[in-house]
Design a protein around this ligand. Structure first.
Ligand SMILES: Cc1ncc(COP(=O)(O)OP(=O)(O)O)c(N)n1
Ligand SMILES: Cc1ncsc1CCOP(=O)(O)O
Ligand SMILES: [Mg+2]
Length: 527
């Protein structure tokens, strides 16, 4: 007898996110905001209610914690059938409830990503933990992947009455970061402005030890800046940001990507806010963040708040035609010649050896630059920017790790083009600060050519990156691309496909290049 195919319930196809928070009878914050946000982002939201609040847009009149038995019943009932991929924690009614939750999470879901929004006060100004004084959140510090305090919450968590200015805020954020296990996202929206016109919104992202990311960004600090959305309808913005971050974590995005995506989501959600009562109204619930305008600009910080010693060029790098097509990456002068003769117009010379003076590697890089010039090609030199500058290469390709020592201003002023690598939204936004000539997005598929700290991005993410970044500059996909997946790569709308093995490991690299180019151009190449 044929086995009957087991149908998978629809909800199982979506990552499950739990929100452990309070109900807002006004419908704009708490559980209600989380449910709308998490579901809008393609996850399935389960709600574990800690307290009922009688709340409107202007007042909180009563807060009633649920019983311990009810809280535990919600947690245990869900765990048995709908375990979480990520958890958002919002309003906790009192210290006993917080401590009980810590015990339960530690015992049952110690590995699950947790976003903690240390809620204390509603946007109308009323306190939400009635009659129990300040909460001590420290028992949650080890469990939380991300903590998202606003300025008032950060002050309370660091024992300060008030944070008066940016310096106080940076110091408090740095202090709290040293006490927690994960990353801190300090929201700056309610920072006192002292008469300054608030045209920008700033947040601090102090990252912890990162998984599946370049080690370069672990334990580093960044300032995120966006044009301030001028609106009074911001009720539930903290809940929305934290639940969006939890949804992005559940979808497998790394911490810095989840945070910049959540920030882009909140910027659009604020723009869509509306009035529902006499006080601040709720936010809109947009779909996936796509427009680059919604994403923050990112500036690296030293951990004490001073700008890091990386140069940011004022001059943009050379502009390229959008469609770069098939982009071979080669390490051999003979192969380079073959590809130039075959009509290759954008090629990278990628030699990983040190090019010390007089070495074979140095001679090869210089020869590659000459050949590129002879054939009028856009020849990019990988890593060896000194030789590229000295010998007048068309361009250089650098990874984020290569940026620290590179004099980007000098390279741009000398008229070189620059390609920058990225492995997700956060790194792409960091790269954009340098106004490069193209943005590389990788690695798309598994590849043995290079050991990567990040996971393969896949086609769906590539499609999303292209939708966000290609309107600004040419995009290049790299990693595991060959004749079997090239049509799918092209269908994402990316402007170019960079390949190593599909050309260099082919018996006839010139032929492989021509065939891939035909496939790229009309989808009917012959193999
Ligand atoms: C087009 C393109 N994209 C990405 C890379 C990788 O550059 P990088 O991250 O600096 O790694 P190495 O190539 O130096 O190992 C690239 N070379 N080309
Ligand atoms: C250099 C580099 N950077 C990201 S993936 C990669 C290697 C791509 O090689 P291949 O085309 O052989 O998979
Ligand atoms: Mg490099």
């Amino acid at each position: 007898m044929e086995a009957k195919a087991k149908s998978i319930p629809e909800a199982f196809k979506k990552p499950i996110v739990w929100t452990i928070a309070g109900s807002d009878s006004g419908g704009g914050a708490g559980i209600q905001a989380d449910l709308a946000t998490i579901n809008a982002l393609g996850c399935h939201c389960c709600t574990i209610i800690t307290a009922l609040t009688a709340q409107s847009s202007v007042a909180v009149t009563l807060v009633e914690p649920v019983s311990d038995a009810m809280l535990l019943a919600q947690l245990n009932t869900l765990l048995a059938d709908m375990p979480p991929a990520a958890i958002k924690i919002g309003l906790l009614a009192n210290q006993a409830q917080l401590n009980m939750l810590v015990d339960w999470l530690t015992t049952h879901v110690p590995q699950v990503a947790v976003v903690l929004d240390p809620v204390m006060v509603a946007s109308c100004g009323d306190t939400l933990q009635q009659g129990c004084g300040r909460l001590d959140f420290s028992p949650l510090f080890e469990l939380a992947t991300i903590i998202t305090p606003n300025v008032a919450e950060l002050a309370q968590m660091t024992g300060k009455e008030k944070l008066q200015n940016e310096v106080d805020w940076h110091q408090a954020a740095t202090t709290l970061k040293t006490r927690i296990g994960g990353s801190l996202f300090a929201k700056g929206g309610d920072l006192p402005r002292h008469g300054r016109l608030a045209t920008e919104a700033e947040d601090l992202m102090l990252l912890g030890e990162l998984k599946d990311c370049s080690p370069l960004h672990s334990n580093m600090g960044f300032k995120l800046t966006s044009p301030r959305v001028q609106t009074d309808n911001n009720h539930g913005s903290g809940c929305t940001l934290a639940s969006a971050a939890a949804a992005f974590l559940a979808l497998g995005y790394v911490v810095p990507d989840a945070l910049v995506l959540a920030k882009a989501y909140i910027n659009r959600a604020l723009a869509l806010g509306y009035r529902s009562g006499a006080g601040p109204g709720p936010l809109g619930r947009p779909g996936w963040p796509e427009s680059l305008e919604d994403f923050p600009a990112i500036l690296p910080l030293a951990i004490d708040g001073a700008p890091k010693g990386q140069t940011v060029n004022e001059v943009p790098f050379a502009t390229l035609e959008a469609n770069l097509g098939i982009y071979p990456v080669v390490a051999d002068i003979e192969q380079l010649k073959v590809l130039l003769k075959a009509g290759g117009k954008t090629i990278q010379f990628r030699l990983k050896q040190a090019a010390t003076p007089g070495s074979e590697a140095e001679l090869a890089v210089i020869r590659a630059i000459e050949l590129g010039r002879e054939y009028g090609a856009q020849l990019f030199i990988n890593d060896h920017w000194q030789l590229a500058l000295e010998h007048g290469a068309f361009g250089v390709h650098l990874g984020q790790e290569d940026l620290a020592g590179a004099p980007l201003g000098r390279l741009a002023e000398a008229g070189l083009a620059l390609g920058l690598s990225s492995h997700g939204y956060f790194e792409a936004l960091l790269a954009l600060a340098h106004q490069p000539s193209y943005l590389a997005l990788g690695h798309i598929f598994p590849t043995p050519t290079k050991t990567m700290p990040s996971k393969p991005q896949g086609l769906e993410r590539l499609r999303r990156y292209v939708a966000t970044f290609a309107p600004r500059l040419p995009t290049v996909a790299i990693g595991g691309i060959d004749k079997h997946n090239l049509v799918d790569i092209r269908a994402t709308g990316v402007n170019s496909a960079a390949v190593v093995r599909a050309i260099c490991a082919h018996a006839e690299p010139g032929k492989a290049f021509a065939e891939l180019t035909a496939l790229w151009e009309d989808g009917h190449g012959t193999f």
